[in-house]
Design a protein around this ligand. Sequence first.
Ligand code: AMP
Length: 210
Amino acid sequence: MNLILLGAPGAGKGTQAEVICSALKIPAISTGNILREAVKNETKCGLEAKSYMESGQLVPDEVVIGILKDRIAQDDCKNGFILDGFPRTVPQAEALDKMGVNIDKVVEIFVPDETIKKRLSGRRVCEKCGNSYHVDFKPTKVDSVCDACGGKTVIRKDDEPQTVSDRLKVYHEKTAPLKDYYEKQGKLVTVVGQEEVSETSKLTLAAIEA
Ligand code: AMP
């Protein structure tokens, strides 16, 4: 099964991608994570992507499409995959279609902007392993120390308030039109993000199985 998770930054796509990944045993592919790794390793593509990411803008389509194409060609994607954070523009969706990738379902996780702003201001990520936490909803056991690897948890540069507003603006302008795109293909299902992550997960799995 090939799935796409759609939603504003901070809507909880990453968490839902993990839930689906363990339920359906298919890999979750986050272009954001791939790009952050590339930035960390200072690869050519990482150097190109860095300034866009830090200012909350989208990385150019051709860069992200290339990354995605390489990733889904890998062996572990043979039985399907979940895309988290791709496509983010209509040309990216068209590129997927042109690659001959058949998407079974597109799950939109809907969360209002104001809730997202609150969520992202409390998000902390481990600078070593990338695990994600929240100061109120999912705190680390020891303050600022990652439960998984002992690394330091920090505020992601693009979670600063002004950047979050910019990212939401970009989402509404460039990514939200994808809802129409997939609605027309009869593939869009919308899940309203709940306060309890486990409740959202139940709704997401039900939406996929429906
Ligand atoms: P994310 O972790 O998915 O919020 O992605 C973090 C950042 O990576 C975004 O704000 C963009 O700058 C960049 N990015 C990730 N996926 C894409 C994409 N499909 N197209 C363009 N830029 C992307």
